[in-house]
Design a protein around this ligand. Structure first.
Ligand code: ADP
Length: 828
């Protein structure tokens, strides 16, 4: 019980206690309730503050640039984000100046220092400054500082928030930009200067351009005027055939106006009614278009009035601003064409006349040659007659000399007409140059001696030995030039120069087989007035005498010039009146290697007939011609039968059986050609030699005679030596004096002038002087002899040659040979 009581009591006490407690609790609760509210409010506020603080811290921490708060009283950093902390190595006692400037003392009182704190303390407002901060390694960095003041209740700045941006890179970029800007500015300045210059230039150019434009305008106007006055049709058309220019001359030529041409559907069809011609014109334009080449054609158009006109049209392409134009000039040659046709007819007529002239010359020369044949033949026969008196001999010499002069004129006239008729053909052969030149030099020397002037020659030592040239023609030219030099020099000297022109290094290889030889004749004579220098090359121009001279023909130079031009060169002349004249020409001639030289061939006069009778028929319708030949041949031991025409010749030849027939080719009834043809048909006359003889010296006569069946050909007047040579060759006769003058065999025969010997008493006189060794007198004597008789030039040259070389033994033999010959039976 007690326990129960106890328990009850306890329970009650506990219950009381509980009640008290509840009371107290409710009392406390009622007492603390306002505080709790307060506390919970505060807690909430604190919580909010904390949250904000966290948020702020997180925010500040998340900033990518240094952010810190400075206590403005002691400069201490009271708060800094990790970016700010990176600026400083230590984490204690950090001040703003240690953080940013790495100095130990505040720097806000340094006036030139843009310290945001100093500024803000004054203004109490946020400030942004650019500053130099130093990183932990002491490197200066450019920073932009944004500073915000934190004020206390009284408005004092107690703290400062700084937020910095490293703008070093930006600064660098800015600096670079600045440099670049300055560079640009400089460039701009320069450009400006250049531009100003260019501008000035441009302005100048514009001025010039305007001037040019003005000029172009003037030119265009002039051009238009030219187009109008040029006398040629001018058109400028585009590819569609539209005419920009169609001048008035073109309107005259065609009869169409520019409008007609442009309004016509097919203007070419109007001009060229024939489709084929039209097509040719179109093709021509296309050709110009494609080749872009100038085209020049002759064309025939039909003018508006239906007349046909021949035009020379030149068309060229004129590209202009993406367009193509055709500029054409039309020259109306209708009248000229007509004249050309007439001219052609006239030319043909002239050619016929020229041909007739040549024929006439050939015929007339034939007519001259026939009597000359007799004269020269007889003088050659008579000159050997011993019984003549001195006077008679002189008379015969004069006849001979005059006849030779006449013959020379005829030959020169023939040459000229041959050259003019382009019928002269060169007959080049291998020529032994030293011998050839020596012959010429000798002739010139003797002539000079006769004239009493000195003669010099300068022959280059390096000339080729052999050349391939027409020696006869070259000799003719040189003798003419030298002869003139001597003839027109009264005192002083004539110089003959033969030089070897060197080829240039370039030409040398290609021309190794040719020589370029200069022939030059310099005299110290009367000279030729400069206004006559061309005249001397015209036939029959003898500028000094003013009248025909017996000294020359006035044909030498025209022939020489033409011969030289036929040889592919040019004859030059230079002259000073009173001082002298120089003629020269360069000949390019093939060189001949290994030429074998012969001595001069002696002139033979007597055949060794060895007792045989050699028979000759002389056929000529002219008694005189027959008589000359007969008189030449009978004394030599030949048996002669004369025939007066072709029929007579055939009859006599058949019965007489001659060894040789000397056949005049031009005869009445039956000419020599026909007779020869018939002879060739007669079996009994097989093998008879026929030598055609004609006064026609044209090569065609020779060819024709050979075609007719002649074995050889002789030209009138007959030279005794030539005739003897033919007999020697065809009758295979030996010379009676053979062996006395052994001529060396020749591979290339020198064509020498036939040697005519002086009369016997002259020969005797010369012989005696030679035996006596009187060189001076020999030369004087021979000079005298030749002075009287130029026909002896070749003989005299040979004598001089031997004498000057002191080959008196040879000279003795040489003269003796002619002395013996002159003992030939006299002409009956
Ligand atoms: P030719 O001598 O027969 O009269 P050319 O035709 O050889 O005929 O010469 C024509 C003219 O040229 C001569 O008559 C002479 O007036 C002049 N002539 C030619 N050569 C000379 C010269 N060397 N010096 C002066 N005049 C010359």
């Amino acid at each position: 019980m007690g326990f129960k009581k106890e328990l009850t009591h306890r329970e009650r006490a506990e219950e009381n206690l509980q009640q008290q407690r509840n009371f107290l609790e409710s009392l406390i609760k009622s007492l603390t309730q306002p505080f709790e509210k307060e506390i919970s409010h505060r807690k909430r506020v604190e919580e909010k503050i904390r949250q904000q603080k966290d948020f702020l811290e997180t925010l500040i921490e998340s900033l990518t640039h240094p952010f810190y708060v400075v206590d403005t009283n002691n400069y201490k950093i009271v708060m800094a984000n990790s970016e700010a902390k990176k600026l400083c190595n230590s984490s204690e006692n950090i001040t703003c100046y240690t953080l940013t400037h790495k100095v130990n003392t505040p720097c806000d009182d340094i006036e030139e220092h843009p310290c945001p704190m100093r500024v803000m303390k004054k203004t109490k407002k946020p400030v942004t400054v650019e500053h130099i901060h130093y990183d932990p390694d002491g490197n200066a960095r450019n920073v932009e500082v944004h500073a915000y003041p934190i004020l206390d209740d009284e408005g004092h700045v107690i703290q400062m928030i700084e937020y910095t941006f490293d703008i070093t890179r930006r600064k660098q970029v800015e600096e670079e930009l600045e440099t670049y800007r300055r560079h640009l500015e400089h460039l701009v300045e320069q450009r400006t200067i250049e531009f100003k210059k260019a501008n000035a230039q441009l302005e100048q150019e514009i001025i010039e351009h305007r001037q040019i434009e003005g000029k172009i305008h003037t030119i265009a106007q002039r051009l238009e005027a030219v187009f109008e006055t040029v006398g040629e049709g001018i058109t400028l058309s585009d590819e569609t055939g539209y005419f920009d220019i169609f001048n008035s001359k073109m309107e005259v030529i065609t009869g169409y106006t520019k409008e007609d041409a442009n309004n016509s559907d097919d203007f070419l069809a109007l001009l060229y009614p024939q489709p084929s011609e039209r097509q040719t014109a179109i093709d021509g334009i296309h050709q110009v278009r494609q080749t872009e080449k100038y085209r020049y054609v002759e064309t025939t158009i039909r003018a508006k009035d239906g007349t046909m006109k021949t035009l020379l049209v030149s068309t060229s392409l004129v590209p202009s601003q993406n367009k193509i134009y055709f500029l054409s000039a039309y020259h109306d040659i209708t009248a000229r064409k007509r004249t050309e046709i007439e001219l052609q007819k006239a030319k043909e007529a002239a050619e016929v006349a020229n041909h007739a002239k040549s024929e006439f010359l050939a015929n007339i020369s034939h007519e001259f040659r026939t009597p000359l044949n007799a004269i020269l033949g007889y003088t050659q026969i008579l000159i050997r007659t011993k019984s003549l008196t001195k006077k008679q001999k002189e008379a015969i010499d004069t006849i001979h000399h005059s006849s030779e002069h006449l013959l020379m004129m005829i030959n020169e006239l023939l040459d000229l007409s041959r050259i003019e008729a382009r019928k002269l053909e060169l007959e080049p052969a291998d020529v032994y140059l030293p011998g050839f030149l020596k012959g010429i030099v000798e002739i010139a020397r003797i002539r000079a001696q006769q004239e009493g002037i000195s003669f010099e020659c300068e022959i280059a030592p390096d000339l080729p030995i052999g050349v391939h040239v027409d020696g006869k023609r070259l000799r003719q030219i040189l003798i003419n030039l030298l002869g003139n030099g001597i003839k027109f020099t009264e005192q002083g000297r004539v110089l003959f120069r033969v030089l070897n022109n060197r080829f240039s290094a370039k030409e040398r290889n290609a021309k190794s087989l040719t020589a370029n030889i200069r022939f030059q004749v310099e005299d110290m004579g009367i000279g030729i007035p400069s206004d006559k220098l061309e005249d001397i090359f015209l036939p029959f121009q003898q500028v000094h005498t003013g009248q025909p001279s017996t000294e020359g023909t006035g044909l030498g130079l025209p022939i020489s010039r033409k011969l030289i031009s036929t040889m592919g060169s040019e004859l030059h002349v230079r002259s000073v009146v009173g001082q002298g004249t120089t003629f020269w020409f360069d000949l390019e001639v093939p060189k001949v290697e290994g030429i074998i030289v012969s001595e001069a061939q002696p002139s033979h006069h007597v055949f060794d007939l060895k007792g045989e009778t050699r028979k000759i028929v002389i056929v000529d319708d002219k008694d005189k011609n027959r008589a000359v030949l007969k008189d030449m041949l009978v004394p030599l031991g030949f048996k002669i039968v004369e025939a007066t025409d072709g029929h007579d010749a055939l009859a006599k030849a058949t019965t007489f059986h001659p060894d040789i027939i000397l056949m005049d080719l031009i005869m009445p009834v039956m000419d020599g050609f026909e007779t020869t043809r018939r002879i060739r048909q007669v079996p009994e006359l097989q093998g008879v030699i026929v030598v055609g003889i004609s006064a026609n010296a044209f090569a065609t006569a020779r060819q024709e005679s050979l075609r007719a069946g002649c074995d050889d050909f002789l030209v009138k007047p007959i030279q005794l030596n030539d005739l003897l040579e033919k007999l020697h060759v065809h009758l295979k006769l030996e010379w009676l004096d053979e062996g006395k003058h052994e001529a060396q065999t020749t591979e290339t025969e020198l064509k020498q002038q036939p040697i005519v010997a002086p009369p016997a008493e002259e020969l005797v006189a010369l012989y005696e002087l030679t035996v006596a060794g009187d060189v001076k007198s020999i030369l004087e004597r021979i000079k005298e002899i030749e002075a009287v008789k130029p026909a002896l030039a070749a003989f005299a040259a040979q004598v001089c040659q031997f004498t000057e070389a002191f080959l008196l033994d040879d000279l003795e033999k040489f003269i003796k040979q002619y002395m013996e010959v002159s003992k030939v039976p006299k002409v009956s």
